[in-house]
Design a binder for this molecule. Structure first.
Ligand code: GLV
Ligand code: GLV
Length: 325
């Protein structure tokens, strides 16, 4: 019999169609947000799952999913997975790297520019009918070209942002990461490795592109913000929880830094009320990889992982290694 696959959220009909040529598929066309208990109920007889970041794959779920062999995440980040528990249970985990790198780097740059140049704030002002005259300091923001771009987390997306900054905008690029890039990659990105404190102190624009792990929880809190320039902007396209949103809201209110651009939030889709109250923040609903082409490529890669796993014995983009079964 064909393996049984659960698709936990509404996705492209053509991807469901593809999966259906290989598997017996239970999908979620009405996009109901299942509770963990409802998810567990549906997982009980499934051999594999196609998930997005919105469902946790944890010990409790694995314990009641006896047939489960693989979970394919339609996301590069996989902090919704308890990878250790999945590996212990012999469950393959996969993500969707590479296909979203350039699109996500584009968005990081868009958010940086919108934040530095106060694009959404000024649009709100115009739409509200408040624009009655020109004045010299109206929405005067921070410079982008020629400024110092700081990048925390120098994976593929970080490198894409570095290239855009260095080659497109003549920015001086500094970065901090657990490990240094090779000299060749540093040269290509025109990026200089610095310690975290120097990164915080020097950056005119600080972009966060690191994975969310216990170590990166609140990597940017009140103490880190205090080290930044008062003219600096902070951009988070990585994950909520990397920034202490309450501390950031306070800092923005007190103008400890100039502005922030956030695509991800602690506890999203809820947003810290303090962030909704200050004008100097650009807020977007976790859309950094959201182009039609890239979302389709992500969905197809997640599907490819399921197909390759069941038909060839190995997925394309694994995040764990499981003992052969
Ligand atoms: C989106 O946040 C992703 O991890 O792909
Ligand atoms: C992951 O961290 C990536 O940058 O692709």
């Amino acid at each position: 019999p064909e393996p049984r696959i659960l698709v936990t959220r509404r996705i492209f009909p053509e991807v469901i169609e593809r999966l259906s040529r290989h598997f017996e598929v239970e999908s979620n066309p009405d996009d109901v947000l299942w509770t963990q208990a409802e998810l567990a109920q549906r997982m009980a007889d499934k051999d594999g799952a196609f998930t997005t970041g919105s469902h946790r794959i944890d010990k409790a779920l694995l314990a009641v999913s006896p047939r489960l062999k693989i979970v394919a995440n339609m996301a590069v980040g996989y902090n919704n997975f308890d990878v250790e528990a999945m590996t212990a249970a012999g469950v393959q985990a996969t993500n969707t790297p590479d296909v979203l790198t350039e699109t996500t780097a584009d968005f990081g740059f868009a958010l940086l520019m919108a934040t530095a140049r106060r694009i959404t704030e000024s649009e709100h002002y115009l739409r509200a009918g408040q624009w009655t005259r020109w004045s010299y300091d109206m929405f005067a923001g921070g410079e982008v070209h020629g400024s110092t771009l700081g990048i925390l987390g120098m994976g593929r997306i970080g490198q894409g942002i570095a290239r855009r900054g260095a080659h497109g905008f003549g920015m001086d690029v500094i970065y901090h990461n657990r490990s240094r890039l090779s000299p060749e990659l540093e040269a290509e990105c025109k990026a200089r490795y610095v310690g975290k404190d120097e990164l915080l102190a020097q950056a005119d624009h600080l972009v966060l592109v690191l994975p969310y792990t216990p170590e990166s929880h609140h990597a940017i809190g009140a103490a880190e913000i205090a080290r930044m320039k008062t003219t600096a902007t902070l951009i988070n396209i990585a994950r909520g929880g990397i920034v202490d949103d309450a501390a950031l809201a306070e800092a923005l209110k007190d103008r400890r830094i100039a502005a922030a651009g956030l695509d991800v939030f602690e506890g999203e889709p809820s947003v810290h009320p303090g962030l909704l109250e200050v004008p100097n923040v650009v807020l977007t609903p976790h859309i950094a990889s959201a182009t039609v082409a890239t979302r389709l490529a992500m969905a197809n890669l997640a599907a490819d992982n399921l197909i390759a796993f069941f038909e060839k014995g190995a997925p394309l983009t694994p995040v764990n290694r499981i003992a052969s079964r």
